[in-house]
Structures are given as C-alpha cells and as structure tokens.
Design a protein around this ligand. Structure first.
Ligand code: SF4
Length: 219
C-alpha cells in the first residue's frame, strides 16, 4: 500500500517510519526533510497549503496525519495520530481507538482491542472475518459471517447496512439506529444492541481508550 505521512519528519514520524516501511511504500509531506530519507519519498510542503496536500496525495492509497494533541487523548509524546485506512491489521497495530464507517456513517467505535478482537456490529464482524490469513485454518474473527444477498438493492430509510445484513430486522429498515453504548469501551450503531443506553454522537470520545498519562517529574 502507498501511505502518505503528513508531518512525518517529526519525532513520531521518525519513530514509526522504519516499521511502516517494511510493509508499505511511504511518502512524507513536511516542511523539513525526514531523518530516514532513505526509506521514504519526500515532498516539501505544508498541510495548510491545499496545493501541497493535493500534490502529496496524488497516487497514494491512504494517509497518516500526525496532529497535535486532541481532547480525546494522546500519546506520551503529547500528540495524537489520525490513521485513515481500509487495512484493519495496520489500524490494529498503530491505533489505540478505532471508528469504523460504512457509507460515511459510524457503525462501531471504541478501543481498537475490543472492536477488532470482539466486534459487535454485523458490518465490523464481516470486515474482521475477511482479514486474509496465510494459514486458512486461522481467522481473526471467531466465526465465518454469512453475507446476506436477499435484500441487496432494497431501499432503506433506516440502517444503511440493512440490505447486506444477515441479522436485519423489520425496524432496521425504518429508522437510522443511534449509537448504543455497549460497554465503557465501545458503541455500535445497531438495533441488536438497543438494550444499551444511547450515546449522543458528540459523546463518542467517551468510549475511547485513553493511554496512561505520564507525569513530568518536578525538579
Ligand atoms: S441495525 Fe439492523 S440492519 Fe443494521 S446492522 Fe444492526 S441488525 Fe443489521
């Protein structure tokens, strides 16, 4: 996969570059050259300049944006990292938290460990069960999830995944499911979990796992 690291010349970019370079073709967009120029293609520019970003994104499959610390938490380096990808395995390796989207809507969100290892939304379950393995007897998911085809093409004013969902119920076609907070670490937009409390979309950060804060020793 071709991955663009925006701001990849900084401390965290330099830290993750050798690992990512083993699996991906890398390009860095930054104001200064990367320390590991031998491992990446470099484009000088700024994320605040749309022309630079367009030039850097050209031909890439995905990007990693190394941004400042967000209200949702951050690493011991005082930054957060937003990783947008179709590759669940690298997301599992790189991220603390994950938001899974289907047709632009959140289906499941929370701790990456919980969501990938024990998905609760039928779409996430399908995604996880489709992760390829070199050993075909091994799967990431617990079960082989059936793909529903009977309703493909049926219009829905409710859940967007309803036409492909093997667990679809009548109410799924009528109303968009809200996010249900299944436990302290995850929420899913699915009526299979309607017994759980509704989580307002602006409260999605509540189910994110926060890295352990490191205190700065006082002199
Ligand atoms: S809300 Fe219904 S259709 Fe949508 S994922 Fe859940 S069970 Fe399937």
């Amino acid at each position: 996969m071709k991955v663009l690291l925006i701001g990849g010349s900084g401390m965290v970019g330099s830290f993750i570059t050798p690992y990512l370079a083993k699996h991906h073709e890398l390009r860095v967009l930054d104001m200064v050259p990367p320390k590991r120029a031998d491992l990446v293609e470099y484009i000088q520019g700024s994320i605040s300049n749309p022309d630079d970003v367009a030039r850097a994104l050209d031909g890439m499959d995905t990007f990693v944006n190394l941004v400042m610390r967000s209200p949702q938490g951050g690493s011991e380096f005082g930054i957060s990292l937003l990783y947008i990808t179709h590759d669940l395995t690298t997301a599992y390796q790189v991220c603390d938290n994950i938001v899974v989207l289907y047709q632009g809507s959140v289906t499941e969100a929370g701790s990456v460990e919980r969501v990938i290892r024990d998905p609760k939304h039928p779409y996430t379950q399908l995604l996880v069960s489709s992760i390829p393995q070199t050993d075909r007897s091994q799967r990431w998911g617990n079960d082989e999830i059936p793909i529903a085809e009977a309703n493909v093409g049926r219009a829905t004013s409710g859940c967007r995944f309803a036409p492909r969902c093997a667990a679809v119920m009548e109410e799924c076609w009528q109303r968009i499911p809200p996010l249900f907070q299944i436990d302290s670490d995850r929420a899913a937009s699915c009526y299979l979990h309607k017994q759980a409390p509704v989580l307002p979309s602006e409260g999605i950060g509540r189910v994110f796992h926060r890295p352990v804060e490191t205190s700065t020793p006082t002199p």
